[in-house]
Design a binder for this molecule. Structure first.
Ligand SMILES: *[C@@H]1O[C@H](CO)[C@@H](O)[C@H](O)[C@H]1NC(C)=O
Ligand SMILES: *[C@@H]1O[C@H](CO)[C@@H](O)[C@H](O)[C@H]1NC(C)=O
Ligand SMILES: *[C@@H]1O[C@H](CO)[C@@H](O)[C@H](O)[C@H]1NC(C)=O
Ligand SMILES: *[C@@H]1O[C@H](CO)[C@@H](O)[C@H](O)[C@H]1NC(C)=O
Ligand SMILES: *[C@@H]1O[C@H](CO)[C@@H](O)[C@H](O)[C@H]1NC(C)=O
Ligand SMILES: *[C@@H]1O[C@H](CO)[C@@H](O)[C@H](O)[C@H]1NC(C)=O
Length: 793
């Protein structure tokens, strides 16, 4: 005891005082460093401050707590925890006896036993050889050398990003302002052709072509940094309330980063911020450090090959990956067996695109992601004698909770008549059934009939394969018989029903008030058309002629959700697609269907938010924009259209966009609108799905009372009074069976409450919402939603 007390002062004295202490000693702050101040060693309590005192430079221990090794670094001054943003010698730290000198020849020399450890050549002529730190954090020496030109793993606000590269500390990942790369070559994320230019302190990343990315907290001038971490993810952080918070990231799903796991290995995520690698069945670890796997039993191809199905597994690397179109599963399988080079397996997608990806030569960059748009499975080739079974399962359950059509969409053969097409379709459906393990013969017979009818009604035979088609105005006029059959009047324009030459039935939307020229419109439409999800209305084509802006969508037969939910008899006052069937003839949606609608919508929004390059905000989620297809498969309409008007008001995104009652509280403030605004609107819709009433109506009368807030009322009923029955839709209340439906309804109500939190940051992300509804994550007890603000437009 007494001994350690004695030692304590000694320990503090060697070898160098912690920099925090050094910062306190203002006397040792310098504003420039030149040959007359040389040498400068780690032992000196000296830091170089920028004039605004936001940044500091000097020696820092390599490890946060006392270390024998040092780097000469730049950090945010006075922020805790210490945040180093640049180092001169990150890869080759020096010991306590090293020193920084400005030589007589005008060179910056980090002298470690005579060797210069300063990472780049920094020389300056004559009397300008002075090292100083600018207000933006650029450490400059002389007229031409500046640390901004040699970034490490971090970009600071105002630092130019093009023509330089970021490297993660471990050197495995880099960012060249256009894409994120593993090992210098393997791109796993791109900025979509719009290279990053710079970041500002308000949180906007400017890109080429006038594009930009806004952080979740856009607007406040706070310390920020864009950092490429050792896990390969590029993240934007901002500093407030004593900590760094992530406000944007390139890769929401870490496992999609290349190189986290080695050959044949599969990356898995724990759902938080950690990943790990596992070997697929039939494989064992071969190089534990590199997370590589090898086959346990070599396959004698093709005679003794069999395939194991790995649900939700995608291998994205391998130089010889080939994308093919297959009519069905067996077609894809035989392509793999007959491939000229070694086929290790193949991926097949049940979403109807017929996508068949052969894995030739090697299996690389595999990941498991039970994501939001997944009808995808990997079929891994193993030897007949292999006894391992696949433990990557779950696809069957997903297919059961999604719309049935997704299992069954076939790819149309090029040239064939309707009969052979039907046969192909039916065989595909059967094959799909077989491998999803749901098939036996009698069931098949029943489904045969069902699928045949379904294929006919949906016109599946005629699904197009490519991008959006450009229609002429004449074609559109012919298809809609001169815009004669109006079926809706939405916020974006009028909608007409039509039929194309190839007999496809379409909904034609004539847009109003679209900003920008033809090229811009085309670019946006192409992006919208690229968004494929079972629960998004499919965009088939467009027309931009004579000032007209027309979108051609698949026709969704059952009309919009509001027609089924609300039957007040009073016409809805909100704009939406008008259905054709009279309200009282519409069937009542049962609990199972309501749940499936909620889940489908959640998955589609999550897809928009998380899978697309930029966050695509819908901004107008309401029952009118949820269309119901065959079998009441929900399909969101009007997504991506907010972008067409983006230019007018990118930052403030005018209030007119949303619809009263569904708009998140932050719309009423000037806060930047984030994906969490959609989460709020979804929460409101979810509550309406459960209750069958409009959130601003109660018992047929419009309640305009200041105190009335539907979510708060529903919360009290469900969680305080414990009378969840009171909020259930009266039309099907009688069908509510506590034992059967409690879990389902409880999940929907709890999820809705989380979505409806007034503070955006308390709401879960849409991906999480989908998982909460699925029941794959635990839902904590929600807090009561309150309003502090409501828009009054
Ligand atoms: C570097 O340090 C060594 C002693 O360790 C000294 O001899 C040498 O002159 C120094 N070089 C410079 C450029 O200061
Ligand atoms: C630095 O050198 C330039 C010319 O090379 C001269 O004009 C200037 O006066 C010098 N400044 C000082 C402070 O010596
Ligand atoms: C990185 O690339 C080099 C060739 O450019 C290659 O030899 C090496 O195997 C690659 N490393 C990994 C982990 O893929
Ligand atoms: C598999 O990953 C690749 C590359 O990220 C992606 O393009 C493809 O869509 C993925 N396939 C599926 C079915 O998710
Ligand atoms: C990929 O294909 C090229 C030529 O098609 C071939 O030279 C190469 O060996 C193949 N690589 C692997 C890993 O199969
Ligand atoms: C499958 O089994 C392997 C080996 O036991 C394990 O490491 C892996 O996590 C399992 N995968 C899943 C999806 O559970």
């Amino acid at each position: 005891m007494s001994l350690s007390l004695l030692l304590l002062p000694l320990l503090l004295a060697i070898p160098a005082p912690p920099p925090a202490l050094a910062q306190a000693a203002a006397a040792n702050n310098i504003s420039s460093f030149s040959s007359s101040d040389s040498p400068w060693g780690p032992g000196q309590d000296r830091i170089l401050l920028s004039p605004n005192a936001v940044f500091a430079a000097g020696f820092q221990p390599l490890l946060p707590n006392a270390s024998a090794l040092f780097t000469f670094s730049v950090w945010y001054h006075g922020l805790s925890p210490l945040t180093v943003v640049w180092s001169a010698n990150a890869g080759s730290p020096v010991n306590a006896s090293a020193s920084l000198v400005v030589t007589r020849g005008g060179q910056l020399f980090l002298n470690s036993s005579g060797v210069n450890r300063w990472g780049t050549n920094a020389t300056a002529a004559g009397n300008s050889s002075v090292l100083s730190l600018r207000d933006d954090g650029d450490l400059v020496f002389g007229a031409s050398w500046g640390s901004f030109r040699f970034p490490g793993d971090t970009f600071l606000p105002s630092q130019p990003m093009n023509e330089t590269k970021l490297f993660s500390k471990n050197g495995r990942f880099s960012f060249d302002s256009a894409s994120l790369l593993f090992n210098g070559t393997e791109a796993y994320w791109t900025a979509g052709g719009n290279n990053f230019l710079n970041l500002d302190d308000k949180g906007m990343i400017s890109q080429e072509n006038g594009q930009s990315i806004l952080s979740a907290d856009f607007g406040d001038a706070v310390p920020r940094r864009l950092t490429l971490a050792d896990d390969g993810n590029l993240r934007l952080f901002s500093y407030s309330q004593g900590q760094w918070t992530m406000v944007w990231q390139a890769m929401p799903e870490l496992c999609k980063i290349h190189g986290l796991c080695g050959r044949n290995s599969i990356c898995m995520s724990d759902g938080a911020n950690a990943t790990y690698c596992v070997c697929p069945p039939g494989f064992r670890s071969s190089a534990p450090g590199n997370y590589e796997c090898e086959r346990k039993i070599p396959v004698a191809r093709p005679q003794s090959a069999k395939f194991l199905r790995l649900d939700f597994v995608n291998f994205t690397g391998g130089l010889n990956q080939t994308n093919q179109q297959a009519t069905n599963y067996s077609d894809c399988l035989s392509k793999c067996l007959s491939a000229s080079s070694n086929c290790e397996g193949f991926m097949f997608n049940y979403d109807g695109t017929g996508r068949c990806v052969l894995q030739l030569g090697q299996l690389l960059y595999g990941y498991w992601s039970p994501g939001t748009d997944t009808a995808n499975a990997m079929f891994l080739m193993v030897d007949q004698s292999e006894t391992d079974e696949s433990n990557f399962t779950g696809l069957t359950t997903v297919l059961e909770t999604t719309c049935p059509i997704n299992v069954t969409l076939p790819f149309p053969p090029d040239e064939s008549n309707a009969t052979t097409r039907n046969i192909v379709i039916i065989c595909t459906l059967f094959a799909a059934e077989l491998i999803t393990g749901m098939a036996f013969f009698s069931a098949f017979l029943k489904k045969y009939i069902k699928y045949r009818n379904m294929a006919q009604t949906l016109g599946l035979e005629l699904l197009p394969a490519g991008g959006p088609k450009r229609f002429t105005l004449a074609e559109i006029k012919a298809a809609t018989k001169g815009f004669s059959d109006q079926i809706g009047r939405g916020g974006f324009g009028d909608v007409y029903k039509g039929e194309l030459n190839d007999k496809r039935v379409v909904a034609v939307k004539c847009l109003k008030n679209v900003a920008g020229g033809d090229a811009e419109f085309w670019a946006e439409v192409t992006i919208i058309a690229r968004m494929h999800h079972l629960n998004l209305v499919r965009l088939w084509g467009f027309c931009a002629e004579k000032g007209q802006r027309i979108l051609v969508y698949e026709y969704v037969p059952n009309g919009s959700l509001d027609k089924f939910l609300f039957r007040s008899g009073r016409p809805a006052e909100l704009g939406g697609e008008t259905g054709e069937v009279a309200d009282n003839q519409k069937p009542t949606l049962d609990w199972g269907v309501r749940y499936r609608i909620a889940l489908g919508v959640a998955r589609a929004i999550a897809y928009l938010h998380e899978e697309c390059l930029e966050w695509v905000l819908h901004c107008d989620i309401k029952p009118e924009n949820i269309l119901l297809g065959d079998d009441f498969c929900p399909k969101i309409s009007d997504f991506g259209l907010a972008k067409l008007r983006k230019k007018e008001d990118m930052v403030s995104m005018s209030r007119i966009r949303g619809t009263r009652g569904y708009m998140a509280p932050e719309w009423a403030k000037t806060d930047q609108i984030t994906p969490k605004a959609d989460v709020y609107s979804f929460g409101m819709v979810l509550l309406e799905i459960v209750s069958g009433v409009r959130n601003f109506e109660m018992q047929g009368s419009l309640l305009d009372s200041e105190d009335w807030y539907f979510p708060g009322w529903a919360f009290d009923k469900a969680f305080k009074e414990m009378k969840v029955e009171d909020i259930l839709d009266r039309q099907i209340k009688h069908a509510y069976d506590d034992r059967v439906h409690f879990k389902l309804v409880d999940r929907m109500v709890k999820t809705a409450m989380w979505c409806l939190q007034d503070r955006p940051e308390l709401r879960p992300s849409m991906g999480k919402v989908a998982k909460m509804l699925e029941g794959t994550v635990e839902i904590m007890e929600p807090r009561k939603p309150t309003i502090f603000y409501l828009g009054d437009d």
